[in-house]
Design a protein around this ligand. Structure first.
Ligand code: P6P
Length: 334
């Protein structure tokens, strides 16, 4: 079954998702309501981020989160906005948030059929210096009675994934998978709608930008060091350029648009890497693969990993297919 191409005549994110749902009548997917709630959360977070300094939301709230990081007030607000809007959609059975130690149950009367794994405000260490921030989400259908296993589905079972980028504009990049492409929607604050601005985004098959925190180069595995040596001192062609914001959504969005490779490898002090599989690695991998790219933990595709713990970490190598493939081949040769 080849789903029809994305309906580019539609204008808003909600109209586009609704028209997509109408096409795939065989599966009574009802993501529209759920994605409306996510849009509401993103609009509210965007507003809070824009006004953070004016509303004294920059400073810490004095606690540390499950990741052991200092919690900023904006972190707390963003998490509550996502939890409350998703709960009030009546479409969510259970959630996993980066900011909550355990999974978030929904009261029985408000439960729906979807599982949402999200990072409500990624890159929050960059809040005070006005670097771009993001939100990341992945959506599964509920499959098991026992809740924990519902969240521990491999990325291949995602039914939708997306991110919001709070930068010079607020944007949602979304895919419903299954060949229906990756699409970009920019928030028009004057009407409060996300408008389709980039249809069927495809990542270049090869790029010339690498994105990694080189401060940890002495802690990388040999295959990563060898890959970096080759792209910085190529036998032929120009060396790659370095770009690293330190905010995953910003670094991945640039990689999606321009090509190249984003890497957060395992290091000696973080043997499983830093990024989390459920709400950072998998949603981004789902988007990148749908855009024609590749996402790996160095050995296997991220989407093939069978999760065993909701906050488990994974090394992340994603971007242009040729670039990620070259890294994986070096891993295999060691
Ligand atoms: P490092 C931000 O804190 C984050 O979780 C991701 O958004 C980003 O890619 C990564 O950590 C940056 O980590 O160790 O380079 O500062």
């Amino acid at each position: 079954y080849e789903p029809p191409a994305f309906d580019s005549k539609c204008m808003t994110l909600t109209q586009c998702v609704f028209s997509e749902q109408k096409k795939v009548l065989s599966v009574n997917e009802n993501l529209t309501q759920l994605l409306i709630s996510i849009q509401t959360a993103v609009k509210a977070v965007s507003s809070a981020v824009q006004k953070a300094e004016l509303t004294h939301m920059y400073d810490m709230d004095g606690s540390t989160n499950v990741q052991g990081e200092d919690v900023k007030k904006l972190d707390v607000l963003s998490n509550e906005l996502f939890i409350n809007t998703l709960t009030s959609s009546f479409k969510v059975h259970m959630m996993v948030s980066k900011k909550n130690d355990s999974m978030i149950e929904i009261e029985t009367g408000k439960r729906g059929r979807y599982i949402v794994c999200f990072d409500p405000l990624d890159g929050s260490s960059n809040i005070d210096c006005l670097m771009p921030l993001g939100s990341i989400f992945g959506i599964f259908r509920k499959i098991h009675i026992t809740d924990e296993t519902n969240a521990l589905q491999s990325g291949r079972h995602l039914v939708a994934a997306g991110y919001a980028l709070y930068g010079s504009a607020t944007m949602i990049v979304l895919t419903l998978g299954k060949g229906r492409g990756v699409h970009g929607f920019k928030l028009d604050p004057s009407i409060g709608e996300f408008m389709l601005t980039e249809r069927n985004i495809k990542i270049p098959s090869k790029g010339n930008i690498y994105s990694i925190n080189e401060g940890y180069s002495h802690l990388w595995d040999r295959y990563v060091r060898e890959y970096m040596r080759r792209i910085k001192n190529p036998k032929d062609g120009e060396p790659y350029s370095a770009r690293y914001v330190g905010s995953m959504v910003a670094d991945v969005h640039r990689t999606l648009k321009y090509g190249g490779i984003f890497m957060y490898p395992a290091t000696k002090h973080l043997p499983k890497g830093k990024l989390r599989l459920l709400y950072e690695g998998n949603p981004m991998a789902y988007i990148i693969e749908e855009a024609g790219g590749m996402a790996s933990n160095g050995k296997i595709p991220l989407l093939d990993i069978q999760p065993i713990e909701i906050h488990q970490k994974t090394p992340v190598f994603l971007g242009s297919k040729d670039d990620v493939n070259e890294l994986v081949k070096i891993y295999e040769s060691f």
